[in-house]
Design a protein around this ligand. Structure first.
Ligand SMILES: [Zn+2]
Length: 240
């Protein structure tokens, strides 16, 4: 939700909506939380090495209402139980189990089980905080470099709008058809993933899709600050 223009004109006029910063800690994961005003918008930066996305979100929260969660970590994976975990693979049992096995090949089945039990408690605590209230929107910002692009998502998508095919690294991924329909009219690439049965990789987009939560993933190449900011602004102006 954009603040009204008169509030943007002078920093002093931002006073009615001061930003509050605090921490959310759940086991191995810690987020910086920026809250401004009252809004059902939620924003997430979950991969610490995707620094452009973090900078875009921080800038965005200077002028927009909602709650932003920024992971306190400088790498993609977090340290967990003496091993590693991709924080965007922990949102289902199945996904977390696969990711923990992949990243911690030397763990025994007992060790893996213990880690999964611990993770279960943290997962619900995190979800209670970051999922938006009914009808609200959660926007997750990511960066990619080489390899991954909108083309990687085509086979898993229910609908596709390749509006900017020459920039495949920049795209929206929506889990609700109403949001996709709007994003598909943008000058940017957009895909919808809401029905097609998929491998549950434990990512937040899969969870959002399964729970019918309004969720948009905003992907841009690492370093594409202006581009990612422009896309977030477009989303902000056009999605309810
Ligand atoms: Zn990411």
């Amino acid at each position: 939700m954009l603040l009204r223009r008169q509030f943007l004109a002078s920093p002093l006029l931002l006073v009615p909506y001061p930003a509050w910063a605090r921490s959310l800690k759940a086991g191995p994961i810690e987020f910086e939380v920026i809250r401004r005003g009252r809004s059902s918008r939620r924003y997430l930066h979950i991969h610490g090495n995707e620094s452009t996305a973090g900078e875009v979100l921080r800038k965005h929260m200077e002028t927009h209402l909602g709650v932003a969660f920024l992971i306190r970590n400088s790498e993609r994976n977090i340290r967990f139980e003496g091993g590693e975990l991709d924080p965007n693979r922990m949102f289902s049992e199945e996904g977390a189990q696969r990711n923990l096995k992949l990243l911690n090949g030397s763990w025994s089945p007992e060790k893996l089980n213990k880690a999964l039990v611990r993770l279960r408690q943290h997962r619900e605590k995190i979800l209670r905080q970051i999922l938006p209230p009914a009808g609200g929107l959660l926007v997750a910002l990511h960066n990619n470099s080489r390899g991954y692009s909108v083309k990687s998502e085509l086979a898993d998508s229910d609908e596709v709008a390749l509006n900017d095919e020459s920039n495949p690294h920049e795209f929206f991924l929506a889990t609700q058809v109403q949001d996709f329909r709007i994003l598909a009219r943008s000058p940017y690439n957009a895909v919808l993933q809401n029905r097609r049965p998929q491998v549950d990789d434990g990512s937040l987009s899969r969870l959002a899709s399964a729970r019918a939560v309004r969720y948009v993933n905003l992907e841009a190449g690492l370093g594409q600050f202006a581009r990612q900011r422009e896309m977030l602004d477009w989303l902000e102006r056009n999605l309810p």
